[in-house]
Design a protein around this ligand. Sequence first.
Ligand SMILES: Nc1ncnc2c1ncn2[C@@H]1O[C@H](COP(=O)(O)OP(=O)(O)O)[C@@H](O)[C@H]1O
Ligand SMILES: [Mg+2]
Length: 555
Amino acid sequence: MRSVYRLLPHIARHRAAFVGTLVSNLLAQSGLLALALLGAALVSQALAGRDSTVAVLATALPATAVLCALATWRESHVSHDLAYRVLADLRGRVFTALRRSLPTRHTARRSGDLGAVALSDVETLEWLYAHTAAQLLVSLTMLGATTALSVALSPWLVLTWLPCLLVVVALPWLFGPVSARHGARLTAANAALQADVVDTVQGMRELTGAGALERRRRQLARATRALTREQSRIAHLGGAEAAVSSLAVAAAGMAALAMVASGTGGLDPRLAPVALTLATVTLGPISQISALLRDFGVLRAAAERVDQVLNTPPAVPRPTRSLGPVTGALTFERVGFRYTESGPPVLEDVSFTVHPGEIVALVGPSGSGKSTCVALALRLWDPDTGTVRIGGVDLRDLDDTHLRSAVAAVPQRIDLLTGTVRDNIALADPDATPARIRDAALRAGVLDPASGFRDGLDTHVAERGQALSGGQRARVALARALLRNAPVLVLDEAMAQVDAHAEAALQSVLRREAAGRAVLVVAHRDTTIRAADRVLTLRGGTIREEGPRAPRAAP
Ligand SMILES: Nc1ncnc2c1ncn2[C@@H]1O[C@H](COP(=O)(O)OP(=O)(O)O)[C@@H](O)[C@H]1O
Ligand SMILES: [Mg+2]
């Protein structure tokens, strides 16, 4: 519930649109009330034989109908305008929160699940902003108006609809817990299905290769059926509520007629149509609120998921003071790190320095924490103990811009985006001039004929770089890193996927680039290791060996 309230203030930045929604909704609802009452009054007056009044009412009726239609149309426009502005804002905030909080070192959420938060959960909130917030306020106002009219006509009339009103009001409370449960289940099933679909599409090759596609298809079909079952449960529940609510409205009408017929309250029988109308329309706004609350379970579940993402703490806190720009050596000083509080320590006491002008190889068995060191050098996370410094400055004292310009990296898993090779290199610096992009590409060997990019920088890169060879990806990623021109360059197994020829070419690139900058290379291959100036071996959470040009890598 609190998560829904917390999402309401997002309306505040669009006050004009909210007031517009409020006013047009008020006009539309008053118009509807006026129409019903005018119609009833017309019948009453006709029964009384007051022809002149009938003529006036007969003119007022269509005019009101036109105004009512205009107000309804206007409301639909402004309320959706409001909702989609708020949603656009909210999506921006969700993306910012994801950027700040990813990568999480604890529970990695599935990408499809996060996509569901940013897209479908935010979309569900449309209903809160376009159809609930303003409407709730107006419905309460209308209830006040109809109560006053009822009392003016006869206080007894209030008694005819009050019990029915209580039934309608009680419905959301009675059904609330069940509806919340269904809503949470539906939203979870929907997010799980989206995550499965994303996984399936991304893993299509592997699934096909392993002959697992058919099994996967059946699994998706099952998940879809589970989702449909949840939806139909919610529809059943909603239908039952709607039926009870309609019954209550009918009962109120009959009670009003019975009151007039029995002469209670001394109401003129010719006013029966007005009494009947008033009793039923009074319940209108309330049953509308109750209809709005009917889907509250789904709304609440979506709101909780959005709220949770918005309030995820950032992966690393912002610096309390901002130093930089920095240049100089990369230093790990007694660094300790674990992924979860209860988990095993990955790094325990890691200290080393990479000086400008040198290439240092970091080796160690798989799972020994090499990639973790790379992540810490990029400040994806902070070490639990010890410090990582560049040029003597703690990374925690660098703001985002200075940090990004201090370290550039070629990650172990290279992700390329759909576009050209040029676009992919330029990601590192959107303001880079064409000449600088070309220069970085040249230095990384992207433009060598041997690298096989047919159209040079204009070569198209398919989604996630699928059509490129390992060597090609490595070159693009290296060019991307070189464009940064950072004093520290880190490569995580960049050579692992390239052939011997490409490796030799990349070695000489590195040697050239190492002039004036500190280069740390996570490596497996002997050739890469031999080309380094020093070798560090990571094992059991510490750096065990350190010596110039160690002859062999750890097994
Ligand atoms: N996001 C993570 N959450 C929990 N444990 C992780 C995570 N990433 C890596 N690890 C664990 O940390 C250890 C070191 O991993 P990593 O730095 O990737 O090793 P290397 O790169 O040397 O192969 C491994 O035991 C791995 O299972
Ligand atoms: Mg690794």
